[in-house]
Design a protein around this ligand. Structure first.
Ligand code: VLZ
Length: 135
């Protein structure tokens, strides 16, 4: 029985997001806004099917996927690249690889108590985010 990520999750911490945006070549003006954003994750999980929405007052990003099925992802409004995206289970962790121009790119999600953790990584840069579940 896989972990249940369903819910609305409010950002508590966002470590190293600036360097992560830099490695994706996001411009300074955008970074200056994005660094201060409180991001909310809305996750809708039905078995191995997911919709993940990242919401903020500045920009929203949404993706849908099924575990084990590679998709072409357009990171619209982020770094605007096209990548081959595959999400799998590694134990209780949701692990995503995004194959494309940038090496060693992807993210991981896992739960610790009532917190949702996320690691975003690209070319050796790691951003760690923690979210708390909205009641
Ligand atoms: O999330 O890859 O939960 O797609 C930042 C939005 C989103 C704020 C960061 C605006 C990446 C930033 C989200 C403007 C540059 C992401 C996946 C896993 C699902």
């Amino acid at each position: 029985m896989p972990v249940d990520f369903n819910g609305r999750w409010l950002m508590e911490t966002n470590d190293n997001f600036e360097d992560f945006m830099k490695v994706l070549n996001i411009d300074l003006a955008t970074r200056k806004i994005a660094i201060h954003l409180s991001q909310t994750k809305v996750i809708i999980q039905d078995g191995d099917k997911f919709v993940i929405k990242t919401l903020s007052i500045f920009r929203n990003y949404e993706m849908s996927f099924t575990i084990g099925e590679e998709i072409e992802e357009y990171t619209k409004g982020l770094d605007n690249r096209v990548v081959k995206t595959l999400i799998t289970w590694e134990g209780d962790k949701l692990v995503c690889t995004q194959r494309g121009e940038k090496a060693n790119r992807g993210w991981k999600h896992w739960l610790e108590g009532d917190k949702l953790h996320m690691e975003l990584f690209c070319e050796g840069v790691v951003c760690h985010q923690v979210f708390k579940k909205q009641a």
